[in-house]
Design a protein around this ligand. Sequence first.
Ligand code: XLS
Ligand code: NI
Ligand code: NI
Length: 441
Amino acid sequence: MTYFSTVNEIKFEGSSSKNPFAFKFYNPEEIIGGKKMEDVLRYAVSYWHTFTMDGSDPFGAGTMKRNWDRYNGIDLAKARVDASFEFYEKLGVPYFCFHDIDIAPEGDNLRETNQNLDVIVNMIQDYMKSSKVKLLWNTANNFTHPRFVHGAATSSSADVFAYSAAKVKKGLEIGKELGAENYVFWGGREGYETLLNTNMKLELDNLARFYKMAIDYAEEIGFDAQFLIEPKPKEPTTHQYDYDVATSHAFLQNYGLENHFKFNIEANHATLAGHTFEHELHYARIHNMLGSVDANQGDPLLGWDTDEFPTDLWSTTLAMYEILKNGGLGRGGLNFDAKVRRGSFEQEDLFHAHIAGMDAFAVGLKVAQQLIDDKVLETILENRYESYESGIGLDIVKGASDFHKLEKHALNLSTIEQSSGRLEQIKATINQYLLKAFTKK
Ligand code: XLS
Ligand code: NI
Ligand code: NI
Protein backbone atom coordinates (compact mmCIF):
# COMPACT_ATOMS: atom_id res chain seq x y z
CA MET A 1 0.00 0.00 0.00
CA THR A 2 1.40 3.40 -0.90
CA TYR A 3 0.06 6.61 0.57
CA PHE A 4 1.84 9.12 -1.66
CA SER A 5 1.42 7.41 -5.02
CA THR A 6 1.59 10.67 -7.00
CA VAL A 7 5.01 11.61 -5.64
CA ASN A 8 8.36 10.03 -6.44
CA GLU A 9 11.68 10.46 -4.69
CA ILE A 10 12.52 14.17 -4.37
CA LYS A 11 15.80 15.02 -6.07
CA PHE A 12 18.00 18.09 -6.35
CA GLU A 13 17.47 19.86 -9.67
CA GLY A 14 19.06 23.25 -9.03
CA SER A 15 17.86 26.81 -8.70
CA SER A 16 16.32 27.08 -12.16
CA SER A 17 14.13 23.98 -11.84
CA LYS A 18 10.41 24.56 -12.21
CA ASN A 19 9.53 21.14 -10.83
CA PRO A 20 7.61 21.68 -7.56
CA PHE A 21 8.69 18.20 -6.45
CA ALA A 22 12.42 18.92 -6.62
CA PHE A 23 14.95 20.64 -4.38
CA LYS A 24 16.24 23.90 -5.79
CA PHE A 25 18.97 24.49 -3.19
CA TYR A 26 19.17 21.45 -0.94
CA ASN A 27 21.77 19.20 -2.51
CA PRO A 28 22.50 16.58 0.15
CA GLU A 29 25.86 15.53 -1.30
CA GLU A 30 27.20 19.03 -1.94
CA ILE A 31 30.19 19.94 0.18
CA ILE A 32 29.86 23.17 2.12
CA GLY A 33 32.63 24.15 4.49
CA GLY A 34 34.20 20.72 4.13
CA LYS A 35 31.05 18.80 5.05
CA LYS A 36 28.16 17.27 3.17
CA MET A 37 25.06 19.43 3.37
CA GLU A 38 22.99 16.55 4.70
CA ASP A 39 25.45 15.98 7.56
CA VAL A 40 25.23 19.58 8.69
CA LEU A 41 21.50 20.10 8.27
CA ARG A 42 20.27 16.79 9.77
CA TYR A 43 16.61 17.40 8.91
CA ALA A 44 13.78 15.78 10.81
CA VAL A 45 10.03 15.48 10.17
CA SER A 46 7.65 16.14 13.08
CA TYR A 47 5.26 13.23 13.31
CA TRP A 48 2.50 15.24 14.99
CA HIS A 49 2.18 18.04 12.46
CA THR A 50 2.64 15.79 9.46
CA PHE A 51 0.76 12.57 10.24
CA THR A 52 -1.46 13.21 13.24
CA MET A 53 -2.91 16.70 13.23
CA ASP A 54 -5.99 17.40 11.17
CA GLY A 55 -5.91 21.18 10.63
CA SER A 56 -8.58 22.02 13.20
CA ASP A 57 -8.30 25.37 14.98
CA PRO A 58 -10.36 27.01 17.76
CA PHE A 59 -12.90 28.16 15.17
CA GLY A 60 -13.09 25.28 12.76
CA ALA A 61 -12.98 21.57 12.19
CA GLY A 62 -10.18 19.61 10.60
CA THR A 63 -9.54 20.17 6.91
CA MET A 64 -6.68 17.82 6.11
CA LYS A 65 -7.32 15.13 3.50
CA ARG A 66 -5.28 12.14 4.53
CA ASN A 67 -5.80 8.78 2.92
CA TRP A 68 -4.80 6.98 6.12
CA ASP A 69 -7.84 8.49 7.83
CA ARG A 70 -9.99 5.66 6.47
CA TYR A 71 -8.69 3.62 9.43
CA ASN A 72 -9.40 3.91 13.14
CA GLY A 73 -7.70 3.19 16.44
CA ILE A 74 -4.58 1.06 16.32
CA ASP A 75 -5.07 0.42 12.57
CA LEU A 76 -4.92 4.15 11.96
CA ALA A 77 -1.74 4.32 14.03
CA LYS A 78 -0.21 1.54 11.92
CA ALA A 79 -1.26 3.18 8.66
CA ARG A 80 0.43 6.38 9.80
CA VAL A 81 3.66 4.52 10.41
CA ASP A 82 3.52 3.09 6.89
CA ALA A 83 2.76 6.52 5.45
CA SER A 84 5.48 8.15 7.53
CA PHE A 85 8.29 5.89 6.34
CA GLU A 86 7.17 6.27 2.74
CA PHE A 87 7.27 10.03 3.29
CA TYR A 88 10.73 10.11 4.93
CA GLU A 89 12.19 7.91 2.21
CA LYS A 90 10.71 9.89 -0.66
CA LEU A 91 11.71 13.21 0.87
CA GLY A 92 15.17 11.94 1.80
CA VAL A 93 15.17 13.17 5.41
CA PRO A 94 17.44 11.34 7.83
CA TYR A 95 15.35 11.81 11.01
CA PHE A 96 11.90 12.01 12.57
CA CYS A 97 10.54 13.09 15.99
CA PHE A 98 7.39 12.21 17.92
CA HIS A 99 5.39 12.52 21.14
CA ASP A 100 4.09 9.26 22.61
CA ILE A 101 0.45 9.94 21.75
CA ASP A 102 1.28 10.97 18.17
CA ILE A 103 2.23 7.42 17.28
CA ALA A 104 -0.24 5.35 19.30
CA PRO A 105 -3.74 5.93 20.69
CA GLU A 106 -4.21 6.31 24.43
CA GLY A 107 -5.96 3.36 26.06
CA ASP A 108 -8.44 3.43 28.94
CA ASN A 109 -5.58 3.39 31.38
CA LEU A 110 -1.80 3.74 31.43
CA ARG A 111 -1.25 0.00 31.08
CA GLU A 112 -3.31 -0.09 27.87
CA THR A 113 -1.63 3.03 26.52
CA ASN A 114 1.74 1.41 27.04
CA GLN A 115 0.57 -1.75 25.28
CA ASN A 116 -0.54 0.31 22.28
CA LEU A 117 2.83 2.03 22.29
CA ASP A 118 4.62 -1.31 22.33
CA VAL A 119 2.74 -2.47 19.22
CA ILE A 120 3.66 0.67 17.27
CA VAL A 121 7.20 0.91 18.57
CA ASN A 122 7.80 -2.66 17.40
CA MET A 123 6.50 -1.74 14.00
CA ILE A 124 8.72 1.36 13.82
CA GLN A 125 11.66 -0.74 14.94
CA ASP A 126 11.05 -3.15 12.07
CA TYR A 127 11.03 -0.27 9.59
CA MET A 128 14.22 1.12 11.07
CA LYS A 129 16.03 -2.18 10.45
CA SER A 130 15.81 -1.75 6.70
CA SER A 131 15.65 2.06 6.52
CA LYS A 132 18.40 4.62 7.05
CA VAL A 133 15.93 6.90 8.84
CA LYS A 134 16.66 7.46 12.52
CA LEU A 135 14.95 8.96 15.53
CA LEU A 136 16.23 12.46 16.33
CA TRP A 137 14.16 12.65 19.50
CA ASN A 138 11.01 11.55 21.20
CA THR A 139 9.08 13.13 24.03
CA ALA A 140 6.00 12.65 26.19
CA ASN A 141 2.82 14.54 25.52
CA ASN A 142 2.00 15.59 29.08
CA PHE A 143 -0.35 18.41 28.17
CA THR A 144 -3.27 17.34 25.92
CA HIS A 145 -5.27 15.01 28.17
CA PRO A 146 -7.55 16.70 30.78
CA ARG A 147 -5.52 15.14 33.61
CA PHE A 148 -2.79 17.67 32.74
CA VAL A 149 -5.12 20.63 33.25
CA HIS A 150 -2.86 22.02 36.00
CA GLY A 151 0.40 20.88 34.43
CA ALA A 152 2.42 17.69 34.72
CA ALA A 153 5.59 17.86 36.84
CA THR A 154 4.31 21.22 38.13
CA SER A 155 0.73 20.06 38.70
CA SER A 156 -0.91 20.76 42.05
CA SER A 157 -1.76 17.03 42.11
CA ALA A 158 0.92 14.55 43.20
CA ASP A 159 -0.98 11.81 41.32
CA VAL A 160 -0.50 13.76 38.11
CA PHE A 161 3.18 14.20 38.93
CA ALA A 162 3.43 10.42 39.25
CA TYR A 163 1.44 9.77 36.06
CA SER A 164 3.69 12.19 34.17
CA ALA A 165 6.77 10.47 35.50
CA ALA A 166 5.44 7.12 34.35
CA LYS A 167 4.93 8.50 30.84
CA VAL A 168 8.45 9.93 30.69
CA LYS A 169 9.79 6.64 32.06
CA LYS A 170 8.13 4.81 29.18
CA GLY A 171 9.40 7.48 26.77
CA LEU A 172 12.97 6.95 27.91
CA GLU A 173 12.58 3.21 27.41
CA ILE A 174 11.18 3.78 23.91
CA GLY A 175 13.97 6.24 23.14
CA LYS A 176 16.49 3.62 24.10
CA GLU A 177 14.79 0.91 22.03
CA LEU A 178 14.68 3.10 18.95
CA GLY A 179 18.15 4.55 19.42
CA ALA A 180 17.01 8.17 19.84
CA GLU A 181 19.81 10.73 19.66
CA ASN A 182 18.06 13.08 22.10
CA TYR A 183 15.12 13.20 24.48
CA VAL A 184 13.06 16.41 24.64
CA PHE A 185 11.28 18.12 27.50
CA TRP A 186 8.99 20.85 26.28
CA GLY A 187 7.17 22.55 29.14
CA GLY A 188 3.63 21.73 27.96
CA ARG A 189 1.53 23.19 30.75
CA GLU A 190 4.45 23.63 33.15
CA GLY A 191 3.63 27.17 34.14
CA TYR A 192 0.70 29.04 35.61
CA GLU A 193 -2.32 31.16 34.85
CA THR A 194 -2.30 33.24 38.04
CA LEU A 195 -0.10 33.55 41.12
CA LEU A 196 -3.29 33.80 43.20
CA ASN A 197 -3.52 30.01 43.33
CA THR A 198 0.08 29.00 42.56
CA ASN A 199 2.85 27.81 44.86
CA MET A 200 5.65 28.75 42.49
CA LYS A 201 8.45 27.64 44.77
CA LEU A 202 6.98 24.14 45.17
CA GLU A 203 6.26 23.84 41.46
CA LEU A 204 9.80 24.86 40.47
CA ASP A 205 11.33 22.54 43.06
CA ASN A 206 9.12 19.73 41.76
CA LEU A 207 10.12 20.38 38.17
CA ALA A 208 13.77 20.07 39.20
CA ARG A 209 12.99 16.87 41.14
CA PHE A 210 11.28 15.50 38.04
CA TYR A 211 14.27 16.24 35.80
CA LYS A 212 16.61 14.70 38.37
CA MET A 213 14.58 11.49 38.42
CA ALA A 214 14.56 11.39 34.61
CA ILE A 215 18.36 11.74 34.56
CA ASP A 216 18.67 8.95 37.12
CA TYR A 217 16.36 6.65 35.21
CA ALA A 218 18.10 7.23 31.88
CA GLU A 219 21.38 6.35 33.59
CA GLU A 220 19.83 3.29 35.18
CA ILE A 221 18.71 1.86 31.83
CA GLY A 222 21.80 3.00 29.95
CA PHE A 223 19.98 5.46 27.66
CA ASP A 224 22.67 7.94 26.68
CA ALA A 225 20.63 10.42 24.60
CA GLN A 226 21.24 14.14 25.01
CA PHE A 227 18.48 15.65 27.18
CA LEU A 228 17.02 18.81 25.69
CA ILE A 229 14.79 21.48 27.19
CA GLU A 230 12.67 23.38 24.70
CA PRO A 231 11.92 26.86 26.05
CA LYS A 232 8.69 28.71 25.30
CA PRO A 233 7.48 31.84 27.12
CA LYS A 234 3.71 31.36 27.01
CA GLU A 235 0.99 29.25 25.42
CA PRO A 236 -0.74 27.25 26.65
CA THR A 237 -0.15 28.80 30.09
CA THR A 238 0.14 32.54 30.58
CA HIS A 239 3.61 32.17 32.04
CA GLN A 240 5.66 29.11 31.13
CA TYR A 241 8.50 28.29 33.51
CA ASP A 242 10.94 27.47 30.67
CA TYR A 243 10.45 31.01 29.37
CA ASP A 244 13.53 31.34 27.18
CA VAL A 245 17.08 30.02 27.06
CA ALA A 246 18.44 32.45 29.65
CA THR A 247 15.64 31.73 32.14
CA SER A 248 15.86 27.98 31.64
CA HIS A 249 19.63 28.04 31.92
CA ALA A 250 19.40 29.90 35.24
CA PHE A 251 16.82 27.35 36.43
CA LEU A 252 19.14 24.46 35.56
CA GLN A 253 22.06 26.16 37.28
CA ASN A 254 20.00 26.86 40.40
CA TYR A 255 19.32 23.17 40.77
CA GLY A 256 22.74 21.93 39.62
CA LEU A 257 21.30 20.28 36.50
CA GLU A 258 23.10 22.29 33.80
CA ASN A 259 25.52 19.54 32.80
CA HIS A 260 22.71 17.15 31.94
CA PHE A 261 20.85 19.31 29.42
CA LYS A 262 21.16 21.35 26.30
CA PHE A 263 18.46 23.36 24.57
CA ASN A 264 16.14 22.61 21.69
CA ILE A 265 15.47 26.05 20.28
CA GLU A 266 12.34 26.77 18.32
CA ALA A 267 12.24 29.86 16.13
CA ASN A 268 8.60 30.68 16.84
CA HIS A 269 9.13 30.32 20.60
CA ALA A 270 12.04 32.77 20.39
CA THR A 271 9.89 35.41 18.76
CA LEU A 272 7.05 34.77 21.24
CA ALA A 273 9.59 35.55 23.98
CA GLY A 274 10.39 38.87 22.30
CA HIS A 275 13.72 37.64 20.98
CA THR A 276 14.96 36.83 17.53
CA PHE A 277 15.61 33.20 16.62
CA GLU A 278 19.32 33.99 16.37
CA HIS A 279 19.33 35.57 19.82
CA GLU A 280 18.23 32.30 21.39
CA LEU A 281 20.69 30.26 19.32
CA HIS A 282 23.48 32.69 20.15
CA TYR A 283 22.75 32.76 23.88
CA ALA A 284 22.74 28.96 23.98
CA ARG A 285 25.88 28.72 21.86
CA ILE A 286 28.02 31.05 23.96
CA HIS A 287 27.05 29.01 27.02
CA ASN A 288 27.75 25.72 25.25
CA MET A 289 24.09 24.76 25.54
CA LEU A 290 22.96 24.63 21.91
CA GLY A 291 21.61 21.15 21.29
CA SER A 292 18.98 21.07 18.56
CA VAL A 293 16.53 23.23 16.65
CA ASP A 294 12.81 23.23 15.98
CA ALA A 295 12.90 24.84 12.56
CA ASN A 296 9.80 26.90 11.87
CA GLN A 297 8.73 30.53 11.81
CA GLY A 298 5.98 32.65 13.30
CA ASP A 299 3.73 35.17 11.65
CA PRO A 300 4.79 38.68 12.68
CA LEU A 301 1.14 39.76 12.49
CA LEU A 302 -0.08 37.08 14.88
CA GLY A 303 0.92 36.76 18.52
CA TRP A 304 0.91 33.00 18.86
CA ASP A 305 2.82 29.87 17.92
CA THR A 306 1.75 29.54 14.28
CA ASP A 307 4.47 26.96 13.53
CA GLU A 308 4.84 27.86 9.87
CA PHE A 309 7.37 26.20 7.62
CA PRO A 310 10.52 28.33 7.51
CA THR A 311 10.95 30.34 4.31
CA ASP A 312 12.57 33.56 5.55
CA LEU A 313 16.11 33.43 4.13
CA TRP A 314 17.43 36.17 6.39
CA SER A 315 16.39 34.18 9.39
CA THR A 316 17.71 30.84 8.10
CA THR A 317 21.02 32.50 7.22
CA LEU A 318 21.49 34.01 10.67
CA ALA A 319 20.39 30.73 12.27
CA MET A 320 22.84 28.70 10.20
CA TYR A 321 25.55 31.21 11.06
CA GLU A 322 25.03 30.42 14.76
CA ILE A 323 24.90 26.70 14.07
CA LEU A 324 28.15 26.76 12.07
CA LYS A 325 29.84 28.88 14.74
CA ASN A 326 28.72 26.22 17.20
CA GLY A 327 30.61 23.64 15.16
CA GLY A 328 27.29 22.11 14.07
CA LEU A 329 24.50 20.65 16.15
CA GLY A 330 26.27 17.50 17.31
CA ARG A 331 23.54 14.97 18.04
CA GLY A 332 20.85 17.54 17.31
CA GLY A 333 19.22 18.44 14.03
CA LEU A 334 16.75 20.70 12.30
CA ASN A 335 13.31 19.37 13.15
CA PHE A 336 10.45 20.89 11.17
CA ASP A 337 8.11 21.56 14.07
CA ALA A 338 5.89 23.15 11.46
CA LYS A 339 2.48 22.57 10.00
CA VAL A 340 0.95 23.25 6.63
CA ARG A 341 -1.66 25.99 6.77
CA ARG A 342 -5.26 24.92 7.24
CA GLY A 343 -5.96 25.77 3.63
CA SER A 344 -3.10 23.60 2.38
CA PHE A 345 -5.04 20.42 2.98
CA GLU A 346 -3.88 18.15 0.18
CA GLN A 347 -1.34 15.46 0.92
CA GLU A 348 1.05 16.82 -1.67
CA ASP A 349 1.28 20.02 0.37
CA LEU A 350 3.26 18.03 2.94
CA PHE A 351 5.99 17.62 0.33
CA HIS A 352 5.82 21.23 -0.86
CA ALA A 353 6.11 22.50 2.71
CA HIS A 354 9.09 20.35 3.61
CA ILE A 355 10.85 21.11 0.32
CA ALA A 356 10.35 24.83 1.03
CA GLY A 357 11.85 24.50 4.51
CA MET A 358 14.74 22.28 3.41
CA ASP A 359 15.62 24.65 0.58
CA ALA A 360 15.40 27.68 2.88
CA PHE A 361 17.89 26.22 5.36
CA ALA A 362 20.15 25.03 2.53
CA VAL A 363 20.32 28.64 1.31
CA GLY A 364 20.98 29.75 4.88
CA LEU A 365 23.82 27.26 5.19
CA LYS A 366 25.47 28.34 1.93
CA VAL A 367 25.28 32.03 2.72
CA ALA A 368 26.36 31.60 6.33
CA GLN A 369 29.39 29.58 5.24
CA GLN A 370 30.31 32.35 2.78
CA LEU A 371 30.02 34.96 5.52
CA ILE A 372 32.29 32.87 7.72
CA ASP A 373 34.81 32.14 4.95
CA ASP A 374 35.10 35.87 4.30
CA LYS A 375 35.15 36.66 8.04
CA VAL A 376 32.50 39.31 7.45
CA LEU A 377 31.01 39.45 10.94
CA GLU A 378 34.24 38.41 12.64
CA THR A 379 36.00 41.44 11.16
CA ILE A 380 33.20 43.73 12.29
CA LEU A 381 33.45 42.41 15.86
CA GLU A 382 37.22 42.57 15.88
CA ASN A 383 37.19 46.22 14.90
CA ARG A 384 34.32 47.15 17.15
CA TYR A 385 35.89 45.70 20.30
CA GLU A 386 39.45 46.66 19.49
CA SER A 387 39.73 48.80 22.62
CA TYR A 388 39.87 45.61 24.71
CA GLU A 389 42.94 44.33 22.89
CA SER A 390 45.46 46.65 24.54
CA GLY A 391 45.94 49.24 27.28
CA ILE A 392 43.19 49.73 29.80
CA GLY A 393 40.84 47.41 27.86
CA LEU A 394 43.26 44.51 28.02
CA ASP A 395 43.71 45.13 31.76
CA ILE A 396 39.92 44.92 32.21
CA VAL A 397 39.52 41.61 30.40
CA LYS A 398 42.61 40.14 32.07
CA GLY A 399 41.17 41.00 35.47
CA ALA A 400 44.09 43.35 36.11
CA SER A 401 42.02 46.41 36.83
CA ASP A 402 40.00 47.92 39.67
CA PHE A 403 37.90 51.01 40.30
CA HIS A 404 40.93 53.05 41.47
CA LYS A 405 42.82 52.41 38.22
CA LEU A 406 39.72 52.95 36.11
CA GLU A 407 38.95 56.26 37.82
CA LYS A 408 42.52 57.43 37.26
CA HIS A 409 42.21 56.49 33.59
CA ALA A 410 38.85 58.26 33.25
CA LEU A 411 40.10 61.44 34.95
CA ASN A 412 42.93 61.65 32.42
CA LEU A 413 40.66 61.32 29.38
CA SER A 414 40.23 64.51 27.46
CA THR A 415 38.04 63.04 24.69
CA ILE A 416 36.47 59.67 24.04
CA GLU A 417 36.71 58.46 20.45
CA GLN A 418 33.94 56.18 19.24
CA SER A 419 32.97 54.86 15.83
CA SER A 420 29.66 54.10 14.13
CA GLY A 421 27.93 50.73 14.56
CA ARG A 422 27.26 50.73 10.79
CA LEU A 423 24.05 48.74 11.10
CA GLU A 424 22.60 49.70 7.71
CA GLN A 425 25.81 48.96 5.91
CA ILE A 426 26.07 45.57 7.60
CA LYS A 427 22.51 44.68 6.61
CA ALA A 428 23.20 45.68 3.03
CA THR A 429 26.29 43.46 3.04
CA ILE A 430 24.21 40.48 4.17
CA ASN A 431 21.72 41.17 1.38
CA GLN A 432 24.64 41.23 -1.03
CA TYR A 433 25.81 37.83 0.19
CA LEU A 434 22.31 36.42 -0.04
CA LEU A 435 21.97 37.47 -3.66
CA LYS A 436 25.55 36.69 -4.60
CA ALA A 437 25.28 33.09 -3.49
CA PHE A 438 22.87 32.32 -6.31
CA THR A 439 23.80 34.57 -9.19
CA LYS A 440 26.31 33.30 -11.68
CA LYS A 441 29.47 35.39 -11.70
C1 XLS B 1 4.94 23.32 21.21
C2 XLS B 1 6.21 22.68 21.07
C3 XLS B 1 6.15 21.15 20.94
C4 XLS B 1 7.50 20.58 21.21
C5 XLS B 1 7.48 19.13 21.53
O1 XLS B 1 4.81 24.53 21.09
O2 XLS B 1 6.92 23.24 20.00
O3 XLS B 1 5.65 20.79 19.72
O4 XLS B 1 8.37 20.80 20.15
O5 XLS B 1 6.68 18.84 22.60
NI1 NI C 1 8.72 22.60 19.20
NI1 NI D 1 6.00 25.37 19.15
